[in-house]
Design a binder for this molecule. Structure first.
Ligand code: IPM
Ligand code: MG
Length: 359
């Protein structure tokens, strides 16, 4: 098993270090190789996704990723910004299926900004298409507006597009995931306005014919955004496009108490995957030792499950994370009265201690 380790920027370095501690104590045979990505890679090599980093990621069974991005680099031309590294990895590795579970742990029911009764027991899964949509659609750019009321004025444009095979394959992923859960899929679109998403709805409906045992519902994205805070527990598997999935997954994160708890997996058709916390690089708290490493540790568990075929080890990590929460240990983002505030490193150490105690 070969794992490419790409800590990246900001808190990425601190949280990935804790996930590695956890992996090391599992006694699995793994080859780990680290490389630079994001702003730090730009600083060292002039590019956020250097050739060598991309080659390493391609050759690995899985990529354990921290986060990229720093205000320092916001003024660079777009293709040199840190965010291009993660977009480039997704595109080059064909990581089209992004799994973003949102689970509200019992102990953190009160950490959410929503009322406890709305979020208690929440367990939903956002499946976001990750290599298409307006994120990657061509053409895009700036030009002088050729027509319309503002002809002659400078304008910018992006292109939203989805092809049938792209929609089909993510729909299959969603229906198959639903079979392992409550057999319900909610497909989120904007079919009332956008041609791309009317097509999305048509294709998802067609694919659904192959899954008569799964219930399919369609919803417009604005309504879905509302339902997520109104009655999130009625939702289970949500499948949607790249941009809507980006937005809804941040919203769903807040239901769970902290985005610092949410792992994610991005898979291609060969089950090669990139595993990263759903949160970003948080440059404002980088280097202070206060970031929550649990999302990254839980991402490592997803990596063991999906790409490395180590279900038992994945469950051990997840159980250890539940144990530290039960023990009352909390990083700053989830800390509240009556719990014990710990640092990034102490949290990682506690997970390791619980793993060792499992025997
Ligand atoms: C995410 C992030 C990325 C995205 C950024 C960093 C490019 O917000 O993974 O959700 O928009 O996909
Ligand atoms: Mg996002």
């Amino acid at each position: 098993m070969k794992i490419a380790v790409l800590p990246g920027d900001g808190i990425g370095v601190e949280i990935v270090a804790e996930a590695l501690k956890v992996l090391h104590c599992l006694d699995l045979r793994m080859e780990l190789e680290e490389a630079l990505v994001g702003g730090v890679a730009y600083a060292a090599h002039g590019h956020p996704l250097p050739e060598a980093t991309l080659a390493l990621a391609k050759s690995a069974d899985a990529v354990l990723f921290g986060a990229v991005g720093d205000w320092k680099y916001d003024k660079l031309e777009r293709h040199l910004r840190p965010e291009q590294a993660i977009l480039g990895l997704r595109k080059n590795l064909g990581l089209f299926a992004n799994f973003r579970p949102a689970i509200c742990y019992e102990e953190l029911t009160h950490a959410s900004t929503l009322k406890p009764e709305i979020v208690a027991g929440l367990d939903l899964l956002i499946i976001r298409e990750l290599t298409g949509d307006i994120y990657f659609g061509q053409p895009r750019g700036r030009r002088i507006s050729p027509d319309g009321a503002f002809a002659g004025a400078p304008e910018a444009f992006d292109t939203m597009r989805y092809s049938r095979p792209e929609i089909e394959r993510i729909a299959h992923v969603a229906f198959q995931a639903a079979r392992k859960r409550s057999r319900k899929v909610l497909s989120v679109d904007k079919a009332n306005v956008l041609e791309t998403f009317q097509f999305w709805r048509d294709v998802v409906t067609e694919v659904h014919a192959q899954y008569p045992d799964v219930e399919l519902e369609h919803m417009y994205v604005d309504n879905a955004a509302m339902q997520l805070v109104k009655a999130p527990k009625r939702l289970d598997v949500i499948v949607t496009g790249n941009m809507f999935g980006d937005i809804l997954s941040d919203e769903a994160a807040m239901l769970t108490g902290s985005i610092g708890m949410l792992p994610s997996a991005s898979l291609n058709d060969k089950n090669q995957g990139l595993y990263e916390p759903s949160h970003g690089s948080a440059p404002d708290i980088a280097g202070q030792g206060i970031a929550n490493p649990l999302a990254t540790i839980l991402s490592a568990a997803m990596m063991l499950r999906f790409s490395l075929n180590q279900e038992a080890a994945a469950q051990r990590i997840e159980a250890a994370v539940k144990s530290v929460l039960k023990q009352g240990l909390r990083t700053a983002d989830i800390h509240s009265a009556g719990t014990t505030r710990v640092s990034t490193k102490e949290m990682g150490d506690a997970v390791v201690a619980h793993l060792k105690a499992q025997g």
